[in-house]
Design a protein. Structure first.
Length: 216
């Protein structure tokens, strides 16, 4: 995507201020939203891609709402679109709970086990040469991709060259759920990304092979 939803590398939004000892979630509801998403992905509930729904959030609302608020809106939109929940059902439940109705509780050991399995490490990449077009240490160029369709190729690295630092196991790119493509961790010099900053370090970006081409 090429809109405000791809903020990586953008300027003018102020400094990034790390929070000492930052918790995984700042509010209990954030953890619940994350847990709901994981449980849906682990089973056969047709929630779809969160990014597809997040990229439909209006610009000002996107910039003034929090990370997990984006997740929550995307989950509601995806589940409504799939017919899992009815339009307005969430608002109805909010009113019922506010009126004193007890929170419904459901236990599902199978779903819980499937959700926990999602947190296991991914399979290691195959040995070099078995499926990857590019080799470790090779210089590659990021393709100049411009499409309204969601992708995972950040704007700020398009057209730039980097070095293959690590091979990643093949996985389905977001543009093509029917097939897999090998992945790479590619190292870029910060002086190439943001020359006006006067800094010089490396930035690693994970990219599918379909986003890369030989540096000629």
């Amino acid at each position: 995507m090429d809109g405000i939803h791809d903020m990586g590398g953008m300027q003018g939004f102020g400094p990034v201020l790390p929070e000492p000892d930052e918790p995984a979630f700042h509010e209990p509801w954030e953890g619940r939203v994350h847990g709901v998403a994981m449980a849906l992905w682990a089973t056969d509930v047709p929630v779809g891609s969160l990014r597809t729904q997040i990229e439909r959030i209006e610009t000002v609302h996107y910039l003034t709402s929090s990370y997990y608020a984006h997740w929550q809106e995307a989950l509601e939109a995806g589940l409504t679109q799939a017919g899992v929940i009815a339009p307005g059902e969430i608002d109805t439940w909010i009113e019922r709970l506010a009126a004193g109705e007890s929170m419904p509780v459901r236990t599902d050991p199978g779903r819980a086990a499937a959700t926990a399995a999602l947190l296991e490490p991914d399979e290691p990449a195959p040995p070099p040469g078995t499926s990857h077009r590019f080799a470790l240490g090779q210089t590659v160029r990021v393709r100049r991709i411009s499409s309204p369709q969601h992708n995972r190729c950040p704007r700020y690295i398009r057209g730039l060259t980097g070095r293959v630092e690590r091979l990643l196991a093949p996985a389905p790119p977001p543009e093509n759920d029917d097939g897999e493509a090998p992945g790479y961790s590619v190292a870029f010099r910060s002086s190439d990304l943001w020359p006006q900053d006067g800094t010089d370090h490396e930035v690693l970006v994970d990219l599918w092979e379909t986003y890369l081409e030989e540096d000629t």
